[in-house]
Design a protein around this ligand. Structure first.
Ligand code: PGA
Length: 242
């Protein structure tokens, strides 16, 4: 099984989404059964994307959620609300949430558990910063991020996203990706699919997806472009059929 998850981040209006989904329609409809495709638009577009994807095998995910079931948390959305709206997946602990929303391991642990309990498939994002990499702490950082949230029990997927590779056009070497994915697998009992994220593009998708320990990709910027994302999906479909 190869999983491709599109993280639209804070992008997309109703009109751009309409155009994007129209353009992607042929490739989304062609998803083979061995490939899982998930689109994660902003909250405001979850419903219309879900309606658009009806009749396809493509799933809808959210980029974040609150850790409580319900209550006086102005502006928040609970994982139960997402599940009730037809959302099947949720990203938890993305580095942009860790950095800009101050999410720490303790909060991420609560969100991960709550989402799991609500029946969502959880995509736990982990990865080191450039400073941590340069200090030789890559394994230590990722091990902490996995252990602190009990990933083995509550993560449906782990997305390894080196922070310095996100949106920068830089990627680790194939050897680095392979060894990190092996390491994450060994830390999580070997059963949780490990996706790679960070500057996945049409040009590098086939190479990255062909690395044996890579179960798929979390795609940011390139998922907003019809040609780029179509090519990434075709690369995934081909690997799956090989
Ligand atoms: P990118 O983002 O593909 O634009 O690097 C990936 C992510 O943040 O999930």
């Amino acid at each position: 099984m190869t999983t491709i998850i599109a993280n639209w981040k804070m992008n997309g209006s109703h009109s751009t989404t309409e155009a994007l989904l129209e353009g992607l329609s042929p490739v989304l409809r062609a998803a083979p059964s061995g490939c899982e495709v998930v689109l994660c638009p902003p909250f405001t577009l979850l419903d219309s994307v879900g309606r658009h994807l009806r009749g396809t095998k493509v799933w809808v995910g959210a980029q974040n959620c609150h850790q409580a079931r319900e209550g006086a948390y102005t502006g928040e959305i609970s994982p139960y609300m997402l599940a009730e709206s037809g959302v099947t997946h949720v990203l938890i602990g993305h580095s942009e949430r860790r950095e800009y929303a101050g999410e720490d391991d303790a909060l991420i642990a609560q969100k991960l558990q709550a989402s799991h309990k609500a029946g969502l498939k959880t995509v736990l994002c982990v990865g080191e910063t450039l400073a941590e990499r340069e200090a030789g702490q890559v394994h230590a950082v990722v091990e902490r991020q996995l252990k602190a949230v009990n990933a083995t029990h509550f993560a449906s997927y782990v997305a390894y996203e080196p922070v310095w590779a996100i949106g920068t056009g830089k990627t680790p070497t194939e050897i680095d990706i392979a060894s990190m994915h092996q390491h994450i697998k060994s830390q999580t009992g070997g059963i949780i699919p490990v996706l790679y994220g960070g500057s996945v593009k049409a040009e590098n998708a086939s190479t990255i997806l062909a690395i044996p320990a890579v179960a798929g990709a979390l795609v940011g910027g390139a998922s907003l472009d019809i040609d780029s994302f179509s090519q990434i999906l075709h690369a995934a479909y081909q690997i799956n059929n090989a």
